[in-house]
Design a protein around this ligand. Structure first.
Ligand SMILES: [Zn+2]
Length: 421
């Protein structure tokens, strides 16, 4: 079960997250797991011909199982068959996979589970589920975050996620994955693998590869070494250069279904079913996003933002803008997109998908807004998805989005004025 299964991905990703939780999964979410492995994947690693680390470093796994951060990063039940199928292809598996899917559904954990399976030296054969055994030396090295034949390329960061939650939206993450990071791979993929088995590189999020970095990667994708796999993770695969995309096999990572998402969210947050269901709805059934929203600080901000957004256009833009500047752009961006999506549904007479509790407000707003303009705003916003991670001017980005949204409303007070379509 996704909710309870401390699986290969959980171990793999959690291992780096915090010393001493190896074996139980870090479960701090994709961002943290990514951060956890920062440096480990890029810096030079010690030679590994000695003994693999003990599976759990002597730490009581149960001790980490009840924190809000949660006991594990899931490979959800609905994603397991895909994992087994890919690993079951063995050496025939395409050397470069583009793992695509919605944000917040666990693509990063899926990639790690796949990486661990590719590196596993005692991979079970069908009909057993083909997934990392979790006990061989390779699996233990992977769980410790020190497998010598594994590299993780991600956005470099110097910040601590836990302190960021307290200090607001400050982030020092790099804008992109740099060419230096990719160049560091050259030696890695051209020398013999340390354990003589396989080599795996995860690039996450792949859409943040800078153009020079993508070009450098292209050469590696064209002439991959033997038993070398590249796993590119992205929720914006269209933003990758076509040359890179065309050398990858696209794999759609499925979204978890409601039941398993609920089970997992309740397990990691301890929330009652009704609250978990509301967070899942708000997140668009993206459990990792829902888990982040369950943080009381995030939740308060989100609720405030939602109520001020819902008050538009009866209140001024500034009210929303002031609140939105205190949160990462992704928070208000996805909220606005989902709000407009529900508004479009209201236009069509359909029930809200994300904000069922605001059904009557959405219905009344639908009567005052232009369907065409809303659809245009939504499309324009989606085209700007790449800006969300690092808007050049966060306040300007947000104000222009909100202004466009407001223009979708009919201004009944000025009868002489042209009707906005
Ligand atoms: Zn193994």
């Amino acid at each position: 079960m996704a909710g309870g299964g401390v699986n290969a991905a959980g171990r793999a990703s959690g291992s780096g997250a915090s010393r001493g939780t190896a074996g139980s999964g870090g479960g701090r979410g994709a961002a943290s797991a990514h951060r956890a492995a920062t440096g480990r994947g890029r810096t030079h690693l010690p030679v590994h011909d000695g003994e693999a680390p003990a599976p759990a470093d002597g730490v009581d796994e149960a001790a980490t199982a009840t924190t809000l951060d949660g006991p594990l990063l899931p490979v959800f039940d609905s994603q397991q068959p895909l994992l087994h199928r890919l690993l079951g292809e063995g050496d025939d598996l395409h050397h470069a996979l583009l793992l695509a899917g919605l944000p917040g559904i666990g693509k990063g954990a899926f990639a790690r589970a796949l990486a661990q399976g590719l590196l596993c030296e005692q991979l079970p054969k069908p009909p057993a589920p083909v997934q990392a055994c979790g006990t061989c030396p390779a699996c233990r090295w992977f769980a410790s975050g020190h497998h010598p034949d594994f590299r993780l390329l991600e956005l470099a960061t110097s910040e601590s996620r836990s302190s960021r939650a307290k200090e607001g939206a400050q982030t020092t993450k790099a804008w992109d994955i740099s060419i230096d990071q990719v160049r560091d791979l050259e030696h890695f993929i051209t020398t013999t693998s340390a354990r003589g088995h396989a080599r795996v590189v995860i690039i996450d999020p792949a859409e943040t590869l800078s153009t020079p970095a993508a070009n450098a990667l292209l050469k590696m994708l064209e002439e991959p070494g033997e038993h070398t796999w590249f796993l590119l993770v992205s929720h914006l695969p269209a933003q990758l250069p076509p040359t890179v995309r065309s050398r990858c096999r696209s794999v759609a990572v499925p979204q978890p279904v409601q039941d398993e998402a609920m089970r997992w969210l309740q397990a990691v947050t301890g929330l009652p079913a009704a609250d978990a269901a509301q967070l899942l709805a708000w997140s668009g059934m993206a459990p990792l996003h829902a888990r982040d929203l369950a943080d009381p600080a995030h939740l308060t901000v989100y609720r405030t933002l939602l109520s001020s957004l819902s008050a538009l256009p009866d209140t001024g833009l500034d009210t929303v803008a002031d609140k939105a500047t205190t949160v990462p752009a992704a928070t208000w961006y996805y909220l606005l997109l989902r709000w407009i999506s529900d508004l479009l549904r209201a236009h069509a007479g359909a029930a809200p998908r994300f904000f069922p509790e605001s059904a009557s407000r959405l219905a009344s707003l639908a009567q005052r807004s232009s369907l065409v303009r809303l659809a245009e705003v939504s499309a324009a916003l989606q085209r700007q998805a790449g800006l969300v991670r690092h808007p050049l001017n966060p306040r300007l980005f947000m104000e222009s989005a909100l202004t466009a949204y407001l223009e979708a409303f009919v201004r009944r007070q000025t009868p002489g004025r042209a009707h906005p379509r």
